[in-house]
Design a protein around this ligand. Structure first.
Ligand SMILES: Nc1ncnc2c1ncn2[C@@H]1O[C@H](COP(=O)(O)OP(=O)(O)OP(=O)(O)O)[C@@H](O)[C@H]1O
Length: 654
């Protein structure tokens, strides 16, 4: 078969440019990446050989060899792992098959800081392509285990690569030959190579040799890192291992290394990254923990091993008890896997609690990065609800920074029966929500929740320490029973206000009639202090923000009717009450007031982040009122009950 010349996927070409520039200061990592690929290839073959021992019969000892050739300025990285055939070469070394490719490419182009770029590249697993930082061109010769045909792939990393059959491939596995650029001779020097391997690849469990002949020297420890005693592992070795398993280049934020003994025996070496992996919100929600059985890699895709809400974990779980030839299907309902799952979740959550107590500031950065994922557990894992609630941190209407539920409970007012929450699209918008006004006036703290997941877990939580979690947008505001410490003043005000109770009652009745069919009810509220009106959900109805989210995602097509609450102390409402109840302007329902009723509802909808049901009618009403306001001349002073009615109504629309 003749030579095929193929184009790199467009993203690969762009990536190659970025890699060449941004990895340059850290170029020795190419060796780590290629050794890591060789090790993965051996791991995969070892697993395949459990059911097909003939694949390795003539060469059962896995190894990686680094072969420098100073004379020709070449370095070859060879492994006797699984190998690649033509299609594998084209697919693996010509494209980036990962989801989220474009996203990361865009982030890469926008990244300013070198470290940020290196980290993004690391998350992406550019692995192999890093070799173009030191090589002009690269040849890959490979023969897949169990196949007879060998293949040669070659490229100078400038847009195209070639693939052809070759007789010159290894008996099994892959040989990557780097034709080093001028000036990169250091990577043919034995001492330099040994140093780089010791530094970045000592944790690799497959032996790495310098040279291929009889006298080849093994230059790594070659025992699985997680099996070594903790006291013998340095921080650097842990970090390099983390980078190997996570394909990220950042520092791990936390590590957890333990051996579970008892009914089920296994070793765990887990890490939490310090930066967000680019696919954290990928719909597949896969975790990054590899399953090994007695040091043999089995799969990186055992969903049952860990819950999706811990998918930011990276590392390995190595079981002593599972059968080596276990299939995916068998893993699904395996009681040992379930036990490993439970034990590991408990250990991770406990470790997080310790971190939260000992290093609260560092814990907050973790929470900012992974809190939205951890919160998924609040409705997916009822067993861990209490632990997760203890770990959760929140923004609050009363304080800056993050607070825990315990902090909240300690700050509750006398008579307060619930933990109040408000969900929405952003913390900034929530801080301005009219629903908070009454709570703020009484100094009652409200938790502000702006992650999409919040709408889902809040209803499922029920209580924390005997207090119900309650959205402030739902039900009556219950503020009467909470003491603010200003009760005398409150008393005085309420005497004064009683006079207008009847008038407000009439307005409420009138609004109900005017807006019939559009709302469930109208009521006077204490919830508001500055705004004229707002919308709330009836007790037992779905939260307004949750409903909007579901509608946006096509999971719901109807919208529930809401309750319009009006603030009796607001000048506009007071003036409307007077007009409706009667003495001036003939009383009752003048067309002007009917228009105002619609404007009240529409402004409440707008504040809620919704659109008026009939935007054209809203615009017309508003223009009419403003025009009338202008005809009667400038409005004097601030809006009070004595202000011209048209001025008030114009304000209703603003
Ligand atoms: N020595 C090798 N033997 C067999 N396959 C290899 C080898 N080197 C690379 N590959 C294949 O090429 C793919 C891409 O390698 P690359 O180093 O670019 O990314 P990677 O981050 O290692 O990929 P992944 O994270 O998916 O393992 C690998 O996933 C593997 O399938």
């Amino acid at each position: 078969m003749s030579t095929e010349t193929l184009n790199f996927q467009a993203e690969v070409s762009r990536l190659l440019d970025i890699v060449a520039n941004s990895l340059y200061s850290n170029k020795e990592v190419f060796l780590r990446e290629l050794v890591s690929n060789g090790s993965d290839a051996c791991d995969r073959l070892r697993y395949a050989a459990i059911t097909q021992p003939e694949l390795v019969a003539d060469d059962p000892n896995y190894r990686i060899s680094l072969v420098p050739d100073a004379e020709n300025r070449q370095l070859t990285i060879a492994d006797n792992g699984i190998g690649m055939n033509r299609d594998d070469l084209v697919e693996n070394l010509g494209t980036i098959a990962r989801s989220g490719t474009l996203d990361v490419m865009n982030q890469l182009q926008q990244a300013q800081d070198e470290n940020e770029k290196v980290n993004l590249i690391g998350q992406f697993g550019v692995g192999f392509y890093a070799a173009f930082v030191v090589a002009d061109w690269i040849e890959v010769r490979s023969r897949k285990a169990g196949e007879s045909q060998g293949w040669r792939w070659a490229s100078d990393g400038r847009g195209t690569f070639t693939v052809e059959e070759t007789d010159d491939a290894p008996a099994r596995g892959t040989r990557v030959t780097l034709h080093l650029k001028e000036g990169e001779d250091e990577f043919t020097e034995s001492e330099r190579i040994k140093h780089v391997v010791k530094r970045h690849s000592d944790h690799i469990a497959i032996p790495i040799f310098l040279g291929e002949d009889e006298g080849a020297e093994q230059i790594n420890t070659a025992s699985a890192l997680w099996t070594r005693p903790k006291s013998e592992i340095t921080d650097e070795q842990y970090t390099e291992f983390y980078r190997h398993v996570s394909h990220q280049m950042d520092e791990p934020w936390m590590r957890l290394h333990f051996k579970a003994e008892g009914k089920v025996e296994f070793t765990c070496l887990l890490f939490i990254p310090s930066t967000k992996p680019f696919d954290l919100f990928d719909p597949q929600r896969k975790h990054g923990v590899n399953l090994y059985v007695r040091r043999v890699f089995v799969t990186d895709d055992c969903a049952e091993l860990l819950p999706a809400y811990l998918r930011f974990l990276r590392g390995v779980v190595d079981s002593e008890d599972l059968p080596l030839n276990i299939s995916r299907e068998m893993l699904q309902h395996n009681p040992m896997v379930q036990k490993i799952h439970q034990t590991t979740v408990n250990r991770v959550l406990n470790e997080l609690k310790k971190k939260a107590n000992k290093e609260p500031e560092s814990y907050q950065t973790f929470w900012e990065t992974f809190g939205p994922v951890l919160k998924e557990g609040l409705y997916e894992d009822p067993q861990q609800k209490d632990s997760l609630l203890e770990l959760a941190r929140f923004r609050s209407s009363e304080r800056d920074g993050w607070i825990s539920l315990d902090d909240y409970v300690q700050n509750m007012k006398e008579g307060q029966q619930a933990i109040y929450v408000l969900t929405g699209d952003s913390i900034e918008a929530l801080r301005k929500s009219p629903q908070l006004e009454g709570f703020k006036a009484k100094g009652v703290e409200v938790l502000l929740l702006a992650d999409p997941i919040d709408d889902f877990w809040v209803p499922s939580i029920g209580e924390y320490q005997g207090y119900t979690l309650k959205p402030v947008t739902q039900g009556a505001a219950e503020l009467d029973s909470i003491k603010s410490g200003e009760d005398d003043e409150q008393q005085e005000r309420s005497d004064e206000e009683k006079t207008s109770d009847a008038a407000i009652g009439t307005l409420v009745a009138y609004l109900k009639t005017a807006l019939e069919g559009q709302i469930k009810d109208v009521r006077s509220t204490e919830r508001l202090t500055e705004s004229a009106c707002c919308l709330v959900a009836d007790e037992g109805d779905m939260d307004i923000h949750l409903e909007r989210l579901l509608r946006q995602h096509g999971r719901m097509d109807q919208s529930s009717q809401r309750i319009l609450e009006v603030n009796p102390k607001h000048p506009l409402i007071a003036r409307l009450s007077e007009r409706v109840s009667g003495s001036d302007n003939g009383g009752g329902a003048s067309p002007e007031i009917k228009e105002a009723a619609h404007l009240l509802l529409d402004q409440a909808r707008i504040v809620e982040g919704e659109t008026p049901e009939d935007p054209a009618a809203f615009a017309r009403r508003m223009s009419d009122l403003v025009a009338k306001g202008l005809q009667t001349g400038p409005v004097q002073g601030t809006a009070t009950a004595a202000t011209a009615s048209t001025g008030d109504e114009a304000e209703a629309a603003s």
